[in-house]
Ligand binder design. Structure first.
Ligand SMILES: Nc1ncnc2c1ncn2[C@@H]1O[C@H](COP(=O)(O)OP(=O)(O)OP(=O)(O)O)[C@@H](O)[C@H]1O
Ligand SMILES: [Mg+2]
Length: 218
């Protein structure tokens, strides 16, 4: 079982969008997949409750550490293969606990409304836990300079940046509105291709021994 936590203190950066879409990619790849909604807004749970497909991925909420730990134990027993933990847009004990439990954390950072302070806090928390993770740039536009600036600032925060990003596409919003995912809604679209690439990159990260990164970083 592999656990992926999606966290950033910055609200609206694309956490739930990544959680629902990557979990759908994971299900499509044949993994029994669970989203744990650890955000009190319960956006992912709402998404699930209105879906036709409630087979895979599954979604369940965890309001506190005890519930989250119990769910992780149960999921392991039940043969769940991938868990995506969606977290709230705030610095909170539960978010840190979710990052501690994760094999890999994704920190979405929107290319537009950039907020270094919020990114720095989440990245610092992950580094302090000595856990693996990376930034994922979301909602990138065709303005190349904006992307370059975002990358430059993130580079200083001590975490790798995924070479895969999401661009600003209507398909992501439509998928949310229809309680779907970009892969289900537009399987041959650009957003589906982005999510598939990001998921494949994540799978490679999950298979890698974390020691290698530490050795490479000197
Ligand atoms: N690549 C994208 N292109 C266009 N819209 C996007 C993209 N990614 C996310 N969005 C939209 O941005 C909004 C915020 O995304 P989302 O809800 O995933 O953020 P969040 O980090 O989970 O927010 P919160 O902190 O409130 O939980 C949503 O309306 C979503 O549809
Ligand atoms: Mg959310």
């Amino acid at each position: 079982m592999k656990i992926i936590t999606i966290a950033t203190q910055k609200g609206g950066a694309g956490k739930t969008t990544l959680a629902t879409n990557l979990a759908t990619a994971s299900a499509k790849a044949g993994h029994l997949t669970l989203i744990i909604d650890a955000d009190s807004q319960k956006t992912a749970l709402d998404w699930f409750n209105k879906r036709d497909n409630q087979e895979n991925p599954l979604v369940i909420a965890a309001e506190n550490q005890e519930k989250l730990q119990n769910l992780l134990n149960l999921a392991e027993q039940k043969g769940i293969e991938r868990i995506f933990i969606d977290t709230q847009g705030a610095a909170a004990e539960l978010v840190n606990f979710a990052m501690l439990k994760a094999d890999f954390s994704l920190l979405p950072c929107s290319a537009g409304g950039f907020d270094v302070g919020a990114q720095r806090t989440t990245a610092a928390a992950l580094l302090q836990l000595k856990k693996q993770g990376a930034f994922v740039i979301t909602k990138a536009t065709t303005r190349g300079q904006e992307l370059a600036e975002t990358r430059a600032i993130l580079h200083g925060l001590g975490l790798p940046i995924s070479e895969h990003k999401t661009t600003f596409l209507k398909a992501y919003k439509d998928a949310a509105v229809f309680n779907s995912s970009v892969i289900e809604l537009e399987p041959n679209g650009k957003a589906a291709a982005e999510i598939t690439k990001l998921f494949e990159w994540l799978e490679i990260k999950l298979k890698k021994n974390p020691l290698l990164d530490q050795l490479q970083q000197g």
